[in-house]
Design a protein around this ligand. Structure first.
Ligand code: AMP
Length: 285
């Protein structure tokens, strides 16, 4: 793959890169299409990275359909599909690790210790293999996007990170390979996640500034749903620094040039689902 990328670069091609764990859906396809618009060659990688899964998580059962993925990827505009094996990515004596401090303490980081270190390490490797000019990430995984952007900035990776909007089902549920785990009634109830995000946003638009109150109301609503087995978090944070925000009035958004991130993670049965919304505070205050 690296030889191909080196030769593409020699031919003055612009390489767009879309890293995924496969089992493609329209969210992934939107990233490939965006990359195709911006770049002359698109590389998609499919790699279910063991080091970003914790004990008891779904590494072994993560859904796979490589043949279908290859067709979807090609139809959407991928020129190459890179599917390394675990052995190729991690030799027996593999020792390196990439960690972005602080941004990984909070939100998903505090519920999935080691997750973002696994993500950064594999993405750093993939960048060095695919040698892209631009890499495309979904804002669905907002914290991941922010952490990768920081890694690229701090470690001088010569590429641009492009964040792409969340693609949703008709009822608003964010597309995810993990939605496959949900039973019919669980899937129907998964819409509560986006409902709560919208409701929180509407309360803020309506003039509520005490985010702790909104947090409590939303956590109660989520916990009250019989299909929600656990609420990991429902957080209001600065969209650049991930600082916790308890009151809109008291937070200086202008200092960091940021917006309000409303982010949430819950479990429905055994399935962990995340979603978020970046709220343009400038249009409210
Ligand atoms: P995954 O295969 O889940 O690791 O995701 C690969 C990439 O697709 C990541 O950058 C995700 O943020 C992005 N992605 C996943 N779901 C969506 C979605 N519903 N909308 C936009 N991007 C997504």
């Amino acid at each position: 793959m690296q030889d191909i990328s080196l030769s593409l670069r020699k031919q003055n091609e612009t390489i767009g890169f879309v890293p995924t764990m496969g089992y493609l859906h329209k969210g992934h396809i939107s990233l490939i299409e965006k990359a195709k618009k911006d770049c002359t060659k698109v590389i998609l990688s499919i790699f279910v990275n063991p080091t970003q899964f914790g004990k008891g998580e779904d590494y072994e059962k993560y859904p796979k359909d490589l043949n279908r993925d290859k067709i979807l990827a090609e139809t959407a505009g991928s020129d190459y599909v890179f599917v390394p094996s675990v052995g190729e990515m991690y030799a027996e004596n593999f020792k390196a690790s990439v960690k972005v401090k602080e941004l990984d303490f909070v939100m998903c980081g505090s519920f999935r210790p080691g997750h973002f270190e696994g993500v950064c390490t594999v993405v750093a490797k993939l960048f060095n293999i695919a040698l892209p000019h631009r890499a495309y990430f979904g804002l669905k995984d907002y914290q991941q996007y922010l952490i990768i952007k920081k890694m690229v900035e701090d470690l001088n990776f010569p590429l641009q990170i492009v964040g792409c909007p969340i693609i949703r089902e008709d009822d608003g549920v964010a597309m995810s390979s993990r939605n496959k785990y949900l039973s019919k009634s669980e899937r129907k109830n998964a819409a509560i996640l986006v409902e709560c995000l919208n409701q929180a946003a509407n309360l803020i638009k309506g003039g509520f500034t005490n985010l702790e109150d909104i947090h409590n109301t939303m956590c109660e609503k989520l916990s009250g749903n019989p299909y929600v087995s656990k609420v990991d978090y429902f957080d209001f944070r600065d969209s650049e620094t991930l600082e916790n925000i308890s009151s809109i009035d008291k937070h200086d958004f202008k200092r960091s040039g940021s917006n309000l991130l409303i982010a949430c993670a819950i479990r429905i049965g055994g399935t962990r689902l995340i979603d978020n919304m970046v709220f343009d505070i400038g249009r409210v205050t």
